[in-house]
Write a protein that binds this ligand. Structure first.
Ligand code: UDP
Length: 234
């Protein structure tokens, strides 16, 4: 159904229950789903988070300079990007890491046209180092890259099934939205992703599907058009 997608995977997801670091088994499972997408002809861009190693905002609590902490956060996304690249290439799929912060020995610099060329050639492109700027999140990076590469959809793979009226862990009456607008997310104060990412997607009419990646095969299911999770539209 979707020809070009931008998949956002949080750092926490890669830690898969360990809370810190990378769960190699989970990373290779995600890689195999990405490989399956590629083999079916879908072009895949990936933005990985870094929360499994370092979060700038959290580190402010220990009185670190926010910009320095965010630099560390962005570097941690590159660690995840390299791990995921390795897992994807083990499956015989070509994969490039493009970093928003230059580090030539490790990753290509992010150049939009080159990224699109990689995608057209069937290579997976993992966008590391977020937006390259402090005070942003990898959700905003995902929204930005989705628009830049003209993805058909932004796929936010999470540990919950979709967007709920309230936190389902705290409120047993919470129900999941099948579809919701970005405006509704803002007005209801739903904590889905940060507001800069929400408004970027809203203003540029980038649809997003939020779904759980706990069940193996969900990424492929969503891309092939199965209605999973919550669809967010402008
Ligand atoms: N970060 C940043 N600019 C960006 C993207 C990320 O400074 O454009 C930093 C920020 O400190 C953030 C950390 O990198 O906390 C890890 O990213 P994020 O928290 O979005 O990761 P996730 O929650 O998806 O694992």
């Amino acid at each position: 159904m979707y020809k070009r997608v931008l998949l956002k995977i949080s750092g926490e997801a890669l830690a898969a229950g360990r809370g810190f670091g990378i769960d190699a088994i989970f990373a290779s499972r995600v890689a195999s789903e990405i490989a399956e997408l590629c083999n079916s002809g879908c072009q895949v861009g990936v933005v990985v988070g870094g929360g499994n190693f370092f979060r700038g905002v959290a580190e402010q609590a220990i009185h670190m300079d926010r910009v320095a902490a965010d630099h560390m956060g962005m570097l941690s996304t590159v660690i995840n990007a390299i791990a995921l690249q390795d897992a994807i290439e083990k499956l015989g799929i070509n994969c490039r890491v493009m970093s928003a912060i230059e580090m030539h020995e490790i990753a290509e610099p992010y150049i939009r046209r080159r990224a699109i060329r990689h995608l057209e050639k069937g290579r997976v492109v993992i966008f590391g180092a977020g937006t390259g700027n402090p005070y942003f999140s990898t959700d905003t990076a995902a929204a930005l890259r989705a628009m830049e590469i003209r993805a058909d959809v932004l796929l936010k793979a999470t540990s919950v099934d979709g967007i709920y009226t309230a936190d389902p862990k705290k409120d047993p009456d919470a129900t999941m939205f099948d579809t919701i607008t970005y405006m509704d997310i803002i007005q209801r104060g739903l904590r889905v992703m940060d507001t800069s990412a929400v408004s970027l997607c809203n203003e540029n009419r980038m649809p997003m599907v939020i779904f759980s990646m706990r069940e193996q095969g969900n990424i492929v299911r969503v891309v092939s058009g199965e209605r999973l999770g919550t669809l967010v539209v402008s």
